[in-house]
Design a protein around this ligand. Sequence first.
Ligand code: AMP
Length: 221
Amino acid sequence: MNLVLLGPPGAGKGTQAKRLASRFGIPQVSTGDILRQAVKDGTELGKQAGPIMASGKLVPDDLVMSIVRDRLLQPDAAKGFILDGFPRTIPQAEKLDHALATHKKKLDAVVSLEVPIETLVERISGRRSCPRDGSVYHIVQNPPRREGFCDLCGASLVQREDDKPESVRTRMQAYEASTSPLKEFYTRKGLLRPVDGVGAPEAIEAAVVGALKPREATSGA
Ligand code: AMP
C-alpha cells in the first residue's frame, strides 16, 4: 500500500503515520524527520535546510525530491510506504508520480486529515518532542509521565524551533498557498480520502482505515 498523509501543521500526520506504519508493516517516510536528522547531524543537506525550516518556510523542491527518491528505493519501502509531510507542492506531487511510474508503482490513496484552525494552534503550542528518540507528547492531551522528560529514554523534551508562534504562522501560510491545492490535484485523480482529524488518535486511525477500505475492495473488482 502506497499512501500519502496530507494535512496542515498539527493535523496529526506524524501520529497517524506511525500508527499506520505499524499496522500495515510498512515504513513511515517523513521528510520533516529526515531533514531534522540532517540538521542534527550537520550534513550539507542539514546546513542548507536548517535555517529555512526554522523560519517555517518550505525547503526547495529539489532538495526534498532527492531525499524521497533515495528513501523510497530502500528495500523496506518495496512493499509500500506512508509519506508524511510530502508532497507539499504541486511540482513535488508531479515529480513523485513520475518517480513512482519509473518503478511501475503508483499511489493507492491520499488521506487528508481535516482539522479546524483553533485545534491546530492548540496542538502545536502544546507539542513537545524528544530530541533523542523522536517521541512526541502534548503537555495536556498526552503528557509524559514525568513532566518535561521522555517516557522512553528520559531525555529532556523540547519544543520544535518551528513550533514557536512566528514560524507557525509562516508554516500555516505555506500550507494554504502551496500544499492545500494538492487536495484538488488528488481529488481529480480519484485518490483523496478526507478524514475528520479531531478526536482520540485511535478513533482517527480507525476512520483512516475505514476510508481506505471501500475503494480497496472495488479497485480489485
Ligand atoms: P514537518 O515535520 O513535516 O512539519 O516539516 C518541518 C519542516 O521541514 C517544514 O516546515 C519545511 O521547512 C520542511 N519540509 C518538510 N517536508 C517538506 C517538503 N515536502 N517540502 C518542503 N519542505 C519540507
